[in-house]
Design a protein around this ligand. Sequence first.
Ligand SMILES: Cc1cc2nc3c(=O)[nH]c(=O)nc-3n(C[C@H](O)[C@H](O)[C@H](O)COP(=O)(O)OP(=O)(O)OC[C@H]3O[C@@H](n4cnc5c(N)ncnc54)[C@H](O)[C@@H]3O)c2cc1C
Length: 466
Amino acid sequence: MSGPPRTLVLGAGCAGLAAAWRLLKRGRRVAVVEAADHVGGLAGGIRVEGNTYEYGPHVFHTTDPEILADIKSLLGAELTSYRRTIQIKFLGNYFQFPLSMADILFKLPPRTVAHAALSFAYHFVAGVLRRPAVESSETLLRRYYGDVLYRLFFRDYITRVWGIPPSQFSPSFARERIPKLDVLELLDKARMLLRARLGRRGALRTEGFVEKLEGNLYTTREGFSLITRRMADRVARSGGEVLLETEVTGIEQQGLRVCGITVRRGDRISMLPCEAVVNTLPINEAALAFRPSLGLQVERSARELRFRAIVFVGIQAARPKVLPATFMYFREHSFNRITDLAHFGFAIRPPGTTLLIAEVTCDSSDRLWTDEALAKEAVAADLLREQILRREEILKMHVFRSRHAYPMYTMGYEKALKTLLEAFSALDNFETAGRQGRFQYVNTHVAMKMGYEAADRLAKRLAWPG
Ligand SMILES: Cc1cc2nc3c(=O)[nH]c(=O)nc-3n(C[C@H](O)[C@H](O)[C@H](O)COP(=O)(O)OP(=O)(O)OC[C@H]3O[C@@H](n4cnc5c(N)ncnc54)[C@H](O)[C@@H]3O)c2cc1C
């Protein structure tokens, strides 16, 4: 890169591409530095034999008019509305999430229902009278659901998916991830569901009960990854540079300014000088990359923040469609969720086949992370056990991974995060944005908004014109 120093954006996911786009609109010279060989980050996709496997197939949704207008302007008619269907299987039955009173009453044994009702009432009243000295996700979930339902639906499941029990999670985890059971709302839902059930047979659809998504849902004929490719095209057409296969290894600081970024491309290490930086890399890794170090307290806090990883197992199946719904959630298998891409209407090659994507959460130190054969076999065995596929219908399996899939809101993470954000805000020309960059469990539209806002904050602090 020649010429005067540029503003460097670290990471080419949704947040990084949005930040770059905004900086270019403000007339800055911009380069995006990305370790992978493709753009999109978590919302990107891997091309294999003419098909795209996504890191957990994404749908786009937002109620933010600016983000929606920008994405529509990039994709035009390529952005298509989407209606997702979801099923959750647990204890041999299809349950709704959040828990519905109708499901609890009809699908659990009467003895368990009686226990659950007593325990719910006890913990509800106890929670009103006395709050625990130290609040965790466990104390919160017990109060929301009672001990019986907590153990049945949350304790073991959360421990398996996240690797640690709810007692080790900050209350923010349960507050953000698991909707509180409002007694009146719950009764209202039960009434609506009972009415719906009277007119419908078969497995319950759980649309709107998994994660409430704001706004209409969208996809494209090639999935979400096309949105990120179009964002990168716009960055390039506006004069920005996207440097792929370029790993950030150091953030060089002089006084209160970041003066450059050290990168590795293959065997070559070089330094990219910069006028400013928008970071979207995992916040703890960015904090530890500073030279000189941001100090012992920052380093200690950075090491306290953890991410949960996902191993994705893509399966090419010898059937045009396999699952009855787009997304199916399971609680007793190696994978928590499988998606059947046939439901998105993509052209899958060869015709007559579909792609399933199974998501297996783990830590990057687990054997499942390193041993591809083990991950494939665990997923195949569960698909056969669940009678989703027969062995001969599994044509091919591909493994791909995301080390930073979920920020883990462990006990005390708020303090560690605050320490890092304060250290960054003391710098004159450094901003951090995105799901990994701010350690927030957000979706793509929020990551994009964070990218815009980080660019705007830099412009204000550095008094850039425009
Ligand atoms: C399974 C799953 C399903 C999801 N489904 C949806 C959905 O349906 N809809 C939705 O809106 N959101 C969904 N999300 C959330 C969404 O993926 C994220 O909010 C969004 O992609 C975050 O974008 P980001 O740019 O902040 O982070 P990332 O996408 O993680 O981008 C960070 C980038 O930094 C790069 N990087 C990391 N380290 C380095 C380094 N040292 N040097 C250079 N580059 C580096 C990475 O390669 C990556 O490209 C889902 C998330 C998961 C895990």
